[in-house]
Design a protein around this ligand. Structure first.
Ligand code: SAM
Length: 511
């Protein structure tokens, strides 16, 4: 544990993630749905605790006309983030190595104010004084009308996991265990406790299922989740109180499947919620009904209301693109905090058909020939479900595609050199997509040899994999030797050339 980190575990660098919920398009949709005016014009974007900076770099390349700033106190993260942004030649993003506490005391005047401020996966893992610093910082750094995104581990769901965190961290500190070892040992010891049916594990039956989930997780994520000195899941109303000094008020959830949860809750839940008049208490009651574990809250500073017609028009003009159509035979289901909801096939099929012909506005989707006319509310709810499932994305092509293409190129080349990147920008859509490392490695090979056919691509892939000490998995079977790898790599290369590459060109992942 470092001496500069206020108890924050810096043993392993953070994962290289991208969280769509922090994208301006996503935050705007939440704001619009709650009748709050989203930022417009010359907006600026700040990420607090940007980690490796991969997500922020993707957003900067997607929005080349806007300025982005990422702050993190871990020099390993900042160094990586700057390297990636430089490799893509981005000029609208910078990363600063700084501690929230120091910045709260003195916010550098020349960094200015921002219209989007995001802090993903940090708040419930910090000392209370550092959280206070974040709030002060938000106060200094946000403009009137700013949208602020804050995610955190929520109560009540984490009550049953509290011992997992406390005991793992206790064992780590008392036995000076290295972080990954502390996780491995911790899982084994906790499994022993649940098997022995101790008083505690009997009182917390949810612990066993939680441990099974934990055992399957990426170790770098688990270190970040469990091995900080501070681990403080919050009730929603506590966070609302804590953000008041920054003049922030609650707008809505960026957990898209839950955006309209109040309208599709069962009547018995609606009856419970209606017993309370305070909207904040109502939200807490919804968290108890759903046993909420993680909140992605959007707050506004001086959230300006949108007038009815203005809001309707703004919503009707939003454009959407089809990304993944569910198979025709599959049941249409959507995840929400209340579990899975079934979608009416006769309606959703109409949406998918419309979108299959090209991007559509909400207004165009409203005109699908459903048996009953659809209102704007119906369309918004359907879109929130489809967005959450990754079936559709926002259609917002950037003014200039060159930065996104340059970043995708840098991502592919770095992946071929062993970087753990899994996202690229569909520059003709204006959306970030998940991609496989193998496909990125093929793309890197295509940059070197644009006319390469499947045998050359597979050869290049196998050489890379062997050099990186990696293999492939074919139907659950690991392949590690050249002879075993080559035939399968050829199959993958053929699929890449025939299916993936043409799609990537259509999407603008590459030219
Ligand atoms: C869990 S990571 C989340 C990273 C990124 N937001 C993401 O979701 O991929 C939290 C980040 O906050 C940074 N951090 C923690 N305490 C901080 C502090 N006091 N000042 C600045 N950064 C801090 C850590 O270095 C880490 O990169």
């Amino acid at each position: 544990m470092s001496t500069w980190s206020s108890g924050y575990n810096t043993d392993l660098g953070y994962t290289f993630g991208y969280y769509r919920e922090i994208s301006p398009a996503w935050l705007d949709f939440v704001a619009l749905s709650k009748s709050v005016t989203p930022p417009s014009g010359d907006w600026r974007y700040l990420e607090l605790g940007c980690g490796q900076g991969y997500g922020l770099t993707l957003l900067a390349a997607l929005n080349p006309d806007h300025e982005f700033l990422g702050i993190d106190f871990n020099p390993v993260h900042i160094n990586h983030a700057r390297g990636l942004a430089n490799a893509a030649g981005l000029t609208n993003i910078r990363f600063e190595e700084a501690d929230f506490v120091a910045l709260a005391e003195q916010w550098p005047a020349d960094w200015g104010q921002f219209d989007y401020l995001t802090a993903h996966g940090i708040y419930s893992w910090l000392q209370p004084t550092v959280c206070e610093a974040i709030v002060q910082l938000m106060n200094h750094a946000s403009r009137a009308g700013a949208l602020v995104y804050l995610s955190y581990n929520a109560l009540p769901a984490w009550f049953s996991s509290h011992p997992i965190q406390h005991l793992m961290r206790l064992w780590q500190t008392t036995e000076s265990l290295e972080s990954v070892k502390a996780i491995e040992t911790g899982i084994q010891r906790l499994e022993k406790l649940t098997e022995a049916q101790t008083g505690m594990t009997k009182m917390l039956p949810g612990m066993k299922a939680m441990l099974e989930k934990v055992a399957k997780h990426d170790r770098a994520y688990l270190v970040q989740e469990y091995l900080h000195d501070n681990w403080h899941p919050r009730w929603f109303d506590q966070v609302v109180e804590e953000l008041k000094p920054a003049k922030l008020t609650y707008v809505g959830t960026a957990s898209m499947g839950d955006l309209f949860l109040r309208s599709f809750m069962p009547q018995k839940f609606k009856d419970i919620v209606q017993d309370y008049t305070d909207p904040i208490v109502q939200e807490v009651m919804i968290d108890t009904l759903t046993n909420q574990s993680f909140r992605r809250d959007v707050f506004g500073r001086g959230a300006a209301p949108m007038w009815t017609i203005q809001r309707q028009q703004a919503l009707l003009q939003q454009s959407f693109v089809l990304l993944n159509r569910p198979p025709a035979e599959a049941e249409i289901k959507f995840k929400t905090s209340l579990g899975e909801l079934k979608g009416k096939a006769e309606i959703y099929t109409l949406f998918y058909d419309q979108l299959a012909a090209g991007p559509k506005t909400a207004e165009e989707l409203m005109k699908v020939p459903a048996s009953k006319p659809l209102g704007l509310g119906d369309i918004m709810q359907a879109l929130s479900f489809m967005l959450n499932e990754g079936q559709v994305g926002f259609y917002r092509p950037p003014s200039d595609r060159a930065p996104a293409l340059a970043l995708n190129r840098a991502i592919a080349i770095a992946t071929a050199n062993g970087a753990p990147y899994r996202f690229a920008i569909a520059s003709k859509l204006g959306y970030v997509l998940t991609v496989s490392d193998v496909d990125l490695m093929f793309l890197a090979a295509i940059f070197d040899h644009p006319q390469a056919a499947a045998p050359e691509l597979s050869q290049a892939l196998v050489e890379r994999l062997l050099a990186l000490g990696k293999g492939l998995t074919q139907q659950g079977k690991p392949l590690t030797q050249r002879e075993a790898l080559l035939p399968y790599a050829t199959e993958l290369a053929e699929a890449f050339l025939q299916k993936t590459l043409p799609k990537w060109r259509d999407y603008g992942i590459c030219e």
